[in-house]
Design a protein around this ligand. Structure first.
Ligand code: HEM
Length: 186
């Protein structure tokens, strides 16, 4: 077994990473485009936004539980200390956003009309038991928007970091999260 394979994330962690990443990118896209949509399209896509967002929340709680229970492959000591600190900061921020942003979204809906959220027409998740509340609603809307937009910057940082390891350092960082990826060691 290569050292990349030995130090790779477990299959469940890899699957959850890419599934959550795809759902977050989809939800950022819908969120950023929704204001320019016609009424019917906006209604349809925002229903998907709510369902995707609550899926992100559930999968993130599972992912966090998995990480706490199973640990994760240690960051290589070959990386500079500043890179390891930046990676830790980015990962921690991701977990906060993966849980905080959907919770704030759920709070917007719950304090707005209080309607349950349909999960792709399969079943419903009830509103948070808070009731209609304008000030909490406005706060949640502002915070949801601000954190979601900040998330785009953190994702960019994360992607640039991964590409630096793959293309410049040519180390095994990205291969830990992409099975079958080969690295060309210098
Ligand atoms: C991964 C999870 C999520 C991401 C990345 C995300 C991202 C976004 C973004 C970028 C916007 C546009 C902000 C703006 O420009 O005004 C938005 C709006 C919105 N999101 Fe989310 N969202 C997520 C989860 C949720 C969830 C779970 C719900 C509700 C159950 C929700 C409800 C809403 C609502 C109601 C708006 C419209 C707010 C307004 O019109 O000002 N979101 N979201």
């Amino acid at each position: 077994m290569s050292s990349a394979a030995a130090e790779r994330y477990a299959r469940v962690a890899i699957l959850l990473h890419w599934l959550i990443a795809a759902l977050v990118v989809a939800n950022l896209t819908i969120g950023l485009l929704h204001e320019d949509m016609a009424r019917d399209a906006r209604q349809f896509w925002m229903a998907q936004h709510f369902a995707i967002g609550l899926s992100v929340l559930s999968l993130s709680v599972i992912r966090l539980g998995w990480r706490i229970g199973h640990g994760f492959p240690p960051l290589s000591l070959e990386h500079a200390a500043w890179e390891r600190i930046l990676a830790r900061f980015t990962h921690l921020t991701f977990y906060l956003l993966m849980i905080g942003v959907p919770l704030l979204g759920w709070l917007i809906v719950s304090t707005g009309g209080g309607n349950p959220v349909s999960i792709f027409g399969l079943f419903e998740i009830p509103a948070l038991p808070i009731g209609e509340n304008d000030s909490v609603h406005d706060f949640a809307e502002e915070a949801h928007e601000l954190l979601a937009k900040a998330w785009i910057g953190i994702i960019a940082l994360h992607v640039v970091g991964a590409l630096k390891h793959q293309l410049i350092d040519r180390d095994e960082t990205l291969a830990r999260m992409i099975p079958l990826l080969r690295t060309q060691r210098k």
